[in-house]
Design a protein around this ligand. Structure first.
Ligand SMILES: [Zn+2]
Ligand SMILES: [Zn+2]
Length: 313
């Protein structure tokens, strides 16, 4: 199984501006002062090993879209703006695209009008989800005055497949189960299993007091998964302060649930749109520190998702 992150930002896409790029260049040049690089590979090694990710790269530009490879068809979680980049990468191939929607908030749908494979006859696009109204939501976002190209102009065969939560489905070679999550208007997490391996995609989900209960149903949902993709939009302070009941979780609870659920790898996802790359590096560092405080022996691999990240399971 391979998981490719096409969009990792929460709430709305968020791009770098010229000043942010300039600051990165200044930091990189300062770090390179006095060094000489005999060839390109030495230079690349310096960039990859010695520059922090916030200097050499960037977290989360596109809104949510994650591809899970390893089945016999394309599998995507959510149709945020990352779906546009995914679509550009596959325009020369005909295929079956299975898209699982966590919920119908705009940041999880807004890539669909720009999904090139949906305009190509011969492609089959299957939209899965647990919310009623999936079809109406996609038609509405491509209706006047919001968008000039109607949904009906898409020439691929597009079908809708309502699911029920807590029921295991066989789809494209995976066993897939949805679970209801706390979020305004509800959201659903999905657990994908194949050949004894699993990935849990769990975004836009707030966990309340009942998360402290050892019988919390979510712990069964994530139990021993190889990869938990988790909504860590907020810091703990944000989550219990102004932003309580906004429907998102935080990095501290991510660690606690991952440890309790015996998760093997944790990936922080749905990044806060007002944060810059330095703030994300700091959030990741704080998350590692908290894991060390919580458990000296636990060695969960913790990653900060970014557009283009690939995780092999
Ligand atoms: Zn969202
Ligand atoms: Zn949402």
């Amino acid at each position: 199984m391979l998981v490719h992150f096409w969009g990792t930002r929460g709430s709305l896409p968020s791009s770098l501006n010229a000043e942010k790029v300039r600051q990165k260049i200044i930091k990189a040049l300062k770090a390179a002062q006095g060094k000489t690089f005999e060839n390109d590979s030495v230079l690349e090694e310096f960039v990859d090993r010695e520059l922090p990710f916030a200097v050499r790269g960037t977290y989360g530009g596109n809104s949510s879209c994650v591809e899970i490879r390893g089945g016999n068809e394309y599998i995507l979680c959510d149709a945020g703006t990352g779906l546009r980049d995914f679509g550009q990468s596959v325009t020369n191939t005909r295929g079956v695209y299975n898209i699982f929607l966590s919920h119908l908030h705009w940041d999880h749908l807004q890539g669909f009008p720009f999904f090139t494979p949906a305009y190509i006859p011969g492609n089959r696009i299957k939209i899965y989800g647990i919310h009623s109204g999936m079809e109406q939501a996609l038609i509405a976002q491509q209706s006047p005055p919001f968008f000039p190209v109607p949904f009906q102009a898409m020439r691929a065969e597009i079908t809708f497949h309502p699911m029920e939560h807590d029921v295991v489905y066989e789809i494209a070679g995976f066993k897939v189960r949805g679970m209801i999550q706390q979020h305004p208007g509800d959201s659903y997490g999905y657990r994908f299993e194949k050949d004894g391996q699993s990935v849990v995609y769990s975004t836009d989900s707030e966990h309340k007091k009942d998360a402290e209960n050892p019988a919390y149903a979510y712990l069964d949902f994530i139990r021993e998964t190889d990869l938990l993709i988790f909504d860590a939009q907020y810091t703990l302070l944000d989550a219990i302060g102004d932003k309580e009941n906004w429907g998102h979780s935080n990095n501290i609870l991510a660690v606690e649930l991952a440890v309790e659920g015996m998760v093997k790898r944790l990936c922080l996802f749905h990044h806060e749109h007002t944060n810059d790359d330095d703030a994300f590096d700091e959030l990741l560092e704080d998350t590692h520190t908290y894991l060390r405080i919580l458990s000296e022996t636990n060695t969960i691999n913790i990653t900060m998702a970014y557009d283009g990240l690939e995780i092999k399971i």
